[in-house]
Design a protein. Structure first.
Length: 165
């Protein structure tokens, strides 16, 4: 019993001394608390990207491929049609049997990647919702459909550019 009281008094004494030491020690504790908060924010961000929807390798590959193809569509169209804005008409569709069957203004060529971007964003949102609902196969199917849509959009963009130049 006496040993327990002595230990308790020593712990109380050490605890009270801990707060009465120099202000530098207190500042160091405050800095440590701030660092822990910052570390926890970094941890939260890292955990967000490593778990769940974005933590899956299939999802990451699909999203990177979608981002690359989408950016390529927009950049290529901008490079080829930005200097050609003075042109009144652009050929938007060509058919082997009938030739040119759709002519429009230069800015209408941007409708292909615009529609593709909207549909990809919709599919990615639905894929995320399905993934969080434990329907991973449906999520993968939507992501692969988005990838096929972006590839089709890239082919359509390339054909518009080849027809006009």
């Amino acid at each position: 019993m006496i040993r327990l009281l002595i230990r308790l008094k020593l712990k109380i004494l050490i605890f009270s001394l801990d707060f009465t030491i120099l202000p530098e020690k207190v500042m160091n504790k405050e800095e440590k608390i701030k660092e822990e908060k910052d570390a926890s924010l970094k941890f939260k961000i890292r955990r967000f990207f490593s778990r769940g929807f974005l933590g899956n390798n299939i999802v990451r590959f699909s999203l990177l491929a979608l981002l690359f193809l989408n950016a390529a569509n927009w950049i290529v169209l901008t490079v080829f049609f930005a200097g050609n804005s003075q042109s009144f008409f652009s050929i938007l569709h060509y058919n082997v049997y009938f030739g040119v069957d759709l002519v429009g203004e230069w800015w209408q060529a941007y409708s292909v990647p615009s529609i593709a971007t909207f549909l990809v964003l919709l599919n990615v949102f639905l894929a995320w919702r399905f993934y969080e609902g434990k329907e991973r196969v449906a999520s993968y199917a939507l992501l692969m459909a988005s990838l096929m849509l972006q590839i089709s959009s890239a082919i359509a963009t390339a054909s518009i550019i080849l027809i006009n130049y």
